[in-house]
Design a protein around this ligand. Structure first.
Ligand SMILES: [Zn+2]
Length: 308
């Protein structure tokens, strides 16, 4: 009550105080000063967390003796990420699982590979990371998944089970979607799932056409997950806030509406598709300019890959 009163008083002071004639100059941030740590952590179940930073969302699972990390965004953010992990557990990170090969999800691999026992991913993730790293100087290469599963043909469905200290994880590849190496990680005992970039919550999803992704595959992946997802699930998206079955279904329905719109207007450009789309019906879905504004999203969804 006392806190409330004080807060109310200071709020009243803020509203009623006249603005000083000579307001003090704003303190400018020192450009060389370190940026504030962007990480936030949300508890989803006993010993299961989602960590939000600047890249893809990160999953953290803590067992009796170990920890498991799902994705690791960017190399430069690894110290801050480890600090957040330490805020909930001192246990060693035994496994690092990658949901796919994009830099905002695997960028921290190189900094983490010395302290985790093994990095796990779909075979196409390792393959694509090797191709990308071949362009780099040898000193900048590393952090490749050591245990891979699945077939190089992305249409082949594959699963890998992990049981660590009694905690069961199911890693599943349901076919091409966002890329050709997407892995969805489920924890059946707690109904928590990390869907990587198959699920963008409340956002237009990016589909990486040049890495084997496609709109129909995204829809098929979402449909597949929805066919068995329990009602009380908590789902970590690649980007956006943690959602549940309702939000996953919304993302699937949105993509189906996009697909229908494209099929009905096969000759329209991305810009024209954007202009004629029923945005009112999907006002909860936001685009991601400048990287992925609506027109580019539609071009990509239609299978065209315009320049960024
Ligand atoms: Zn991605």
């Amino acid at each position: 009550m006392r806190v409330l009163t004080t807060a109310a008083l200071s709020m009243a002071a803020l509203i009623t105080s006249p603005i000083p004639a000579a307001a003090p100059a704003r303190v400018h941030q020192d450009a060389t000063a370190p940026k504030p740590d962007p990480h936030k952590i949300e508890k989803l179940a006993d010993n299961i967390y989602c960590i939000f930073g600047e890249g893809g969302n990160i999953g953290l699972i803590v067992t009796d003796k170990n920890a498991i990390l799902i994705d690791d965004q960017f190399e430069r953010l690894v110290p801050g990420l480890l600090k957040v992990v330490k805020s909930v557990t001192d246990k060693p990170i035994k496994y690092l699982i990658n949901t796919h090969h994009h830099g905002d999800h695997v960028g921290g691999n190189i900094a983490l590979e010395k302290q985790v026992q093994v990095i796990v991913a779909h075979a196409n993730v390792r393959h694509r990371m090797e191709l990308e790293q071949a362009k780099l100087e040898p000193a900048k290469r590393g952090g490749l998944p050591e245990i891979t599963f699945g077939d190089h043909d992305p249409k082949v469905r594959s699963v890998l089970g992990i049981n660590l200290d009694g905690v069961e994880l199911h890693l599943a590849h349901f076919g091409p979607g966002h890329t050709d190496g997407d892995v969805i990680i489920g924890l059946p005992s707690t109904h928590v799932m990390h869907m990587g970039d198959i699920f963008f919550n409340g956002l237009t999803p990016y589909i990486d056409l040049s890495s084997g992704g496609n709109l129909a595959g995204m829809i098929a992946n979402l449909d597949g997950v929805l066919s068995f997802l329990p009602e009380d699930s908590k789902v970590i998206p690649g980007h956006g806030p943690v959602g549940g079955k309702k939000e996953v279904a919304r993302s699937r329905d949105f993509l189906k509406a996009v697909q229908k719109h494209i099929e009905a207007n096969p000759t329209k450009t991305g810009k024209e598709l954007d202009e004629s789309f029923d945005h009112k019906a999907w006002s909860d879905i936001h685009d991601l300019p400048p990287f992925l504004a609506w027109d580019r999203f539609f071009d990509i969804a239609a299978g065209r890959a315009p320049k960024k």
